[in-house]
Design a protein around this ligand. Structure first.
Ligand SMILES: Cc1ncc(COP(=O)(O)O)c(C=O)c1O
Length: 452
């Protein structure tokens, strides 16, 4: 028996569907142009599977806070509530609380940076600092230069402000200044406005490399000559495993460099406390943008981080984190050395969380991901770290979270998947598009917030 009314029988199917509005998103026609680039990734669903305990996830870039002494944090928070709770739970300054800005300046001294608390603005993680910087500097269509590859969360910010990202080559020594000079010349010839250079000099996410001092000096000379504003994003700077840290770009030039810092990796990401250190005029503009966005960064979090720094041996805690990550880096490198097939190469991180893997020609890390997850190992395909669809021969492996034994097991499983892909390639030839085809296809979407 038919459930439809006689009138519906007469109506053409397409018109009826349209009337019923079968679109998944009823509001699709109303979004601002800047929202169109904000799309959920098809690989998010796979990452939900990747979070199952039987899968070794080398995908997630979450800080490992297992070693954080919860009793210490608990008593710091307890005391804060009872001694200063009313101030801590009130609105505060748009620039951030004076005590935490002073502590931030002390912390930055570890990287040779001399700064006044007046030039610091507290942000909701360094991620918000980057968002506000882009908001105050970039019009739609402006160019932001980024390393190739670059941090997926930064690409998302630039996309959301409709900037055009131009990637510049990097290698084992970080961003290559002569490639940057070439890009700047080409952009100038094309009449493009370059607003920012976004760079991660230390323990790069996702590439795992650190820029050498010579290159830093060369880069800054070039930035001065071209009057290029450099945004130095440095969340991993204090998590180096070997030797002395290389001076931060900001410590070598205070006019051309805006510095982004964070407590997410040296303390805990859940407090969402980061900061921007900027020349005075920029800092003033940033505070106005911060007030428009949030009124003020969360006061309770700032008090909590300041109290933790004042009452706990945070330098000792950073050493504990470093040793824990170093052990995992060693496990990752030893696993890769034992299990990767010929033709695979990888970077050797001297700090931070990530290794960047380059696959033998013809193997596509994006296409391979479902098979890897079936084999109970996950990674982030390289395409997530490019704005232009490049990166299919690469993947990011994180060693920050799993135990060393699980990391080695993960590399063993990955090695098996790669051997299988190589055999298929031998038998059937390459079914994947070349990097150039992939570029033409445009960007892949961001993988999701838990793979930062
Ligand atoms: C390079 C880089 N910048 C910024 C961030 C954001 O950090 P935060 O937690 O301070 O917002 C991350 C997080 O993983 C990162 O890897």
């Amino acid at each position: 028996m038919s459930e439809t009314s006689p009138a519906e029988h007469d109506e053409p199917v397409l018109e009826r569907l349209h009337r019923q509005d079968t679109r998944l998103d009823h509001y699709i026609d109303r979004y601002a142009a800047r929202a169109h680039g904000m799309t959920a990734s098809a690989i998010r669903a796979l990452f939900a599977v990747a979070n199952r305990p039987e899968v070794v996830s080398l995908a997630g870039g979450m800080p490992n806070i297992t070693d954080l002494p919860l009793d210490v944090v608990g008593s710091v928070l307890n005391e804060l509530v009872f001694t200063d709770g009313r101030r801590a739970m009130q609105y505060g300054s748009g620039q951030g609380e004076p005590a935490i800005r002073e502590a931030i300046c002390e912390l930055m001294r570890l990287e040779n940076i001399t700064a006044h608390p007046d030039d610091v603005m507290v942000s909701v993680g360094s991620q918000q600092g980057l968002d506000l910087l882009t908001r105050i500097f970039c019009n739609p269509g402006d160019v932001v230069i980024c390393e190739a590859p670059s941090y997926v969360g930064a690409l998302g910010v630039f996309r959301s402000y409709q900037c055009e990202v131009v990637h510049v080559a990097m290698d084992e020594q970080g961003l290559n200044p002569s490639a940057l000079a070439d890009a700047l010349r080409a952009l100038r010839r094309a009449g493009r406005t370059v607003k920012l250079l976004y760079t991660i000099p230390n323990y790069h996410n996702p590439a795992g490399v650190t820029q050498s001092l010579d290159r830093r000096l060369e880069l800054l000379q070039l930035a001065e000559r071209a009057d290029l504003l450099v945004v130095e994003d440095n969340p991993y700077g204090l998590l180096g495993f070997d030797g002395e840290p290389i001076p931060a770009l900001r410590s070598l030039n205070e006019h051309q460099v805006i510095y982004l810092g964070s407590f997410s990796k040296t303390f805990a990401p859940g407090f969402r406390v980061g900061w921007v250190l900027a020349p005075h005029a920029v800092r003033e503009k940033l505070v106005l943008a911060q007030e428009a966005a949030t009124l003020c960064p969360p006061v309770f979090s700032q008090f909590a981080v300041a109290a933790y720094l004042a009452n706990h041996d945070w330098r000792g805690q950073i050493k504990v984190f470093r040793e824990m990550y170093r052990e995992r880096r060693d496990a990752m490198i030893s696993g890769l050395t034992s299990h990767m097939p010929t033709g695979t190469t990888w970077t050797y991180p001297e700090g931070g969380f990530f290794v960047w893997l380059t696959l033998p020609p013809g193997i596509d890390s994006h296409a391979m991901l479902p098979r890897a997850v079936t084999a109970r190992v996950a990674y982030v395909p390289g395409t997530a770290f490019y704005a232009d669809g490049f990166g299919s021969r690469h993947m990011r492996l994180s060693y920050c979270f799993p135990t060393p034994e699980r990391i080695i097991e993960g590399t063993r499983r990955l090695g098996e998947v790669l051997e299988y892909e190589a055999r298929m390639l031998e038998i059937f030839g390459t079914a994947v598009e070349s990097e150039n085809d992939r570029r033409a296809l445009g960007p892949r979407e961001a993988p999701g917030p838990d793979q930062p």
